[in-house]
Write a protein that binds this ligand. Structure first.
Ligand code: RB5
Length: 145
């Protein structure tokens, strides 16, 4: 499993730290940009880039200023289940809900908190029947039922 990472300018600094962290921890990952700070970039572009890759069975981490814009954009893509996380509780919940994209706010949390969130979110979790049932219902909504 590869973890695809992306941000906008507001998440760029945190993304760079996360990239270092993923490398240190030995996770398989790919940074899909941006590769330099660009104040004019827009989060939907990177959300799309990362989510397209995630759809093949991988996971994604998206960072903008608050995590909300990335979350909104990612959740527009059928098959993506993104959750914005800001602490250990939300990270654990996102993992239980079988999310495939984690979003965070670079202006909202420190890098140590982000690292903790990532570790918890990536811990293997058994998906309980009730959560699987709810995901099936979400899939039906995606199909317009
Ligand atoms: C970009 O300046 C900022 O609005 C965006 O990164 C984000 O905070 C959206 O949720």
């Amino acid at each position: 499993m590869t973890i695809y990472v992306g941000s906008d300018h507001a998440g760029f600094e945190l993304k760079e730290k996360i990239r270092e962290f993923l490398a240190e921890e030995g996770y398989e990952f790919e940074d899909l940009g941006p590769y330099r700070y660009n104040r004019e970039d827009d989060y939907p572009d990177y959300a799309l880039k990362v989510c397209k890759k995630v759809l093949t069975g991988d996971k994604g981490i998206l960072i903008c200023g608050t995590g909300q814009g990335m979350d909104m954009a990612a959740n527009k893509i059928p098959g993506i289940r993104a959750a914005v996380c800001w602490n250990e509780i939300t990270a654990r919940n996102a993992s239980k809900l079988n999310t495939n994209v984690l979003t965070m706010g670079g202006r909202m949390i420190e890098s140590d908190a982000a690292k903790k969130i990532i570790k918890i979110w990536l811990e293997p979790t058994e998906i309980e029947e009730r959560h699987a049932r709810r995901i099936d219902k979400i899939k039906k909504i995606e199909k317009g039922i």
